[in-house]
Design a protein around this ligand. Structure first.
Ligand code: FE2
Ligand code: FE2
Length: 200
């Protein structure tokens, strides 16, 4: 049975160097570059919205750290870790990378700050009543999306971010739901409900 330790490497250096070493070893150097960009973006948003820029930077560095765990092993690995897997995550195991990246941030990269771990955990779907750090890492990931062309929502998202993080999240989630999602993760559904209840 697949175990978390199967994926462990002996790496040294800063969190940034270790993240790059892991993702490069497993053949995901483009995700390492994306993670560096998300980390800088998260740091910038944290400065702008009075959150901890260094914490945001670490969360950005590690948000996709579990990307190398093969899709076919994600559900089984979560089960060995005693994590409850939602039916939507069984259908689309890629959705589990946010929760497994939290586990790796803690177990492999030594992160103990709960605000960082929680923000990593919901960077794809957000969640109901998100913290400021949750919103920052979620939005930094969308501002620095990992496609070769510009994100179609970018102008609208930047405009919304002139008002608030909540406006930014609402703008992005409205856009993504309009596009249609493969499956609607319960946390995304709850995030959307929560955002719609916030004052304009
Ligand atoms: Fe991700
Ligand atoms: Fe990402």
């Amino acid at each position: 049975m697949v175990q978390l330790t199967d994926f462990r490497l002996e790496v040294e250096g800063t969190v940034e160097q270790q993240m790059i070493a892991y993702l490069t070893y497993y053949g995901f150097s483009e995700v390492a570059n994306h993670s560096l960009a998300v980390a800088s973006e998260a740091k910038r948003l944290a400065s702008k919205f009075s959150a901890d820029p260094e914490a945001a930077y670490i969360a950005g560095l590690l948000h996709d750290s579990s990307v190398f765990i093969p899709n076919k092993e994600r559900v089984a690995l979560c089960q060995t870790l005693n994590l409850t897997v939602y039916p939507e995550e069984k259908q689309v195991p890629m959705l589990l990378h946010q929760r497994l990246s939290k586990v790796l941030a803690n177990e492999f990269f030594g992160v103990r700050d709960v605000s960082i771990l929680n923000a990593i955990e919901c960077h794809t779907t957000l969640r109901s009543s998100p913290s400021k750090m949750d919103l920052i890492v979620f939005l930094a990931d969308k501002l620095q999306w990992d496609q070769s062309y510009a994100a179609p929502y970018l102008d609208e998202l930047n405009k919304a971010l002139e008002m608030s993080l909540v406006h930014g999240a609402k703008t992005y989630i409205d856009w993504t739901l309009k596009q249609g999602v493969l499956v609607l993760h319960p946390w995304l559904r709850q995030a959307n409900q929560w955002l719609n209840q916030q004052e304009e």
